[in-house]
Design a protein around this ligand. Sequence first.
Ligand SMILES: Cc1ncc(COP(=O)(O)O)c(C=O)c1O
Length: 379
Amino acid sequence: MPAWKVPLADVIVTDDDLAAVTETYRSGWLSMGPRTEEFEQRFAAYTGAPHAFAVTNGTAALHLACMVAGLGPGDEAIVPSMTFVASANAIRYTGATAVFADVASLREPWLSAERVEAAITPRTKAIMAVDYGGHSGELAVLADLARDRGLVLLEDAAHAAGSRLGGRHLGTFGLVGAFSFFSNKNLAIGEGGMVITADDETAARLKLLRSHGMTTLTWDRHRGHASGYDVVDLGFNYRIDEPRAALASRRLERLDGENAARGRLDARYRERLQPLGVTCALPAAEGLESAHHLFAIVLDEGADRDAFRAALTERGVQTSVHYPPVHGFSIYADGAPELPLTESYGARAVTLPLFAHMTEQQQDLVVDAVGAALSTAAV
Ligand SMILES: Cc1ncc(COP(=O)(O)O)c(C=O)c1O
């Protein structure tokens, strides 16, 4: 493993976090129980969503979202190709077809509402918006479009824990918001996820589907709140466990502060990179308080991105690409549409390091490395 001077992402686990996890292991109750309930209540209060259910990862959250949207064989759901493959896979798990629509522009790598509208057919049942990098993109327009066309809006909010638009949390704009707490996410716990909804019936079904379609939980029976159960739906085991829920509650307390620190670093990146002629993606938007999950730049057309990234690696700076377009992967390639902006962004974007405790010295090292790579490499 290269010794990165500046890794792409990093997480600090505090003594407080460790104490909460240790105390959970000592309690003797490890599978879903009181700490999960506490985390769900805190997350619901935090986001303003009436219902929140913690799950084992963000992909499970998306799968449940697609299930409660009623997606199935013969249905289509419109999704960006500029996302992690899990967004499209979750649609496909239900037997429905993921229909890819292009992004808004080279600096705005989220679903274009205009392109989504053009992709609607009589089989379209849902739109899955992805809050790329924690940005709301055209979410508000998509919500109106979905309402006007009788479609279900789902939100892949994996990047957006703590993002707000006009004070309203991302993840609350559609029927279901799905979050990820994977180790590189803003609320990192290793593996974990959450579904939130304002709809009572949807909430009841999400709860059932998370745990085998069973009407009671082991924890309910342990407390004497139930003695048996029925199975009323074909569900899954998508439960989280208590140590991760305990860690998540602790980390949630720090999320706004950490996102604000990311925001300051994001602004400082822009200040320093723009004089170098670097195009920064994800512009600020009115009313948006972003979680600043990612900081992405877009290289000039024809630039040698591999050489650029190799030059940064040489200086100890880790970079990544979010994302290789999903419609370019073999399992989605059949009949994939042309998505010129997605393809161009996918070929030219580079994600630079960003994490809450990144120092200004580390950030200067990244900026210097970018400047050097641009002037020396053939980019
Ligand atoms: C946009 C997006 N959707 C879905 C996921 C899936 O989440 P998880 O890795 O927790 O299953 C991720 C993260 O990995 C993601 O970045």
